[in-house]
Design a protein around this ligand. Sequence first.
Ligand code: PA5
Length: 444
Amino acid sequence: MSEITINYANMLSDKIGKEHGLTLDELKSLQPLAGKIHDLLKVKREKGELPFFDLPYQDITEILNYAGHVKDRFDNFVVLGIGGSALGTIALQTALNNSQYNLLSKSERKGCPRIFVADNIDPVQFAEMLSALDMDKTLFNVVTKSGSTAETMSQFMIVMDRLKKLKEDRWNENIVVTTDRTKGILRKIADEMGLKSFIVPDGVGGRFSVFTPVGLLPAAVAGIDIKGLLKGAASMDERCRKDSILDNPAYLYASLLYLSDTKKGKKIAVMIPYSYALKDISDWFRQLWAESLGKKYSLDGKIVNVGQTPVKSLGVTDQHSQIQLYVEGPFDKAVTFLKVEEFKSKVDIPTAFQDKKELSYLCGRSFNELINIEMEGTEYALTKNNRPNCTIVFPEASPSAIGQIMYMLEVSTAFAGGLYNIDPFDQPGVEEGKKYTVEALKKS
Ligand code: PA5
């Protein structure tokens, strides 16, 4: 199996100076704390308190069988969910399916349904999506761990109402629910109404749930190789069992970002894939890093207000939008490139203008070369201007590599929680907003 790797030379003081770059000693000085966090995570994992760690080893037979049934029966599959119930699915679809998947014919999609993710309650977008779909040929996957999120539950009510009008007592054939095993009103409704359901395992929070039916069911329905995905995650799990910062890719990545934030003032972590397939991995990571680490209280109850702001970007598009800021603006960013060595397709640039000296340098080259040379150009400009940057290298954007990166970033986030001394698994700030909405609607 080809492994993803991290090249972090440009985060170090040798390359970008001591003011902005880390010394190896600074990195190594984190090891005693890292060792303690490692032991704590290990004990919690063994006690079953952090079940996300063991998701690569689950039995996925039921998901695969059900996905087969969906393929025969439906043309469209719509996820109703938000936050951790949607972003993993979006990332998997963009990474591992054809970039124009929904435009392909059914046979080009190998019989699989089109995939939509409704992670907003914009009335225009939602109304237009529903009116564009043949409801009878559409399966709606209501995904909510808590079973009570206002956005998702109101979407569900709208869809249920439409289906009832169309299909009377057969409406529930078009709904599949992914929620908690016992808790939440959606679980109660699903049991009462006999809805097909999948379980979000106990103790796995939304943003750590991509390797549960939350992400795996829509992926399997779209024909994505979820076995390969989990194999990649399992291989990363092996690499993440080491306690040494320099040998454990998840700990290394978390330590680089944490030290850049706390020692060098890099309050912003930019992730910039030079691959369209990886575009939504940075969106998924944005939520994971922000919601897990942006916290008011430390584990010992002190007000700390920590967290690094994750920013998503895209190469080469943002070279013509953001890179000027990253190279010459405030010294407040650490940049992570995501680089793919072998793309799925090759696009050659014809030799059309060989005789024009302004364009001849492009003739006979390929987009594959150009995109990576442009990435090197950005890396060079950042490094020359003393801006910390590292590169996560993907031999290819395969199911295994996507499994590796997503698992690695989950472990990085859990570990970074220890470094910041906060709880990375709660989200009291989000809950506060959710509570306000419920109260405001009840009062008005
Ligand atoms: O990561 C999280 O826990 C959140 O982003 C949730 O996924 C999000 O708030 C949606 O919650 P639920 O899945 O309960 O509907």
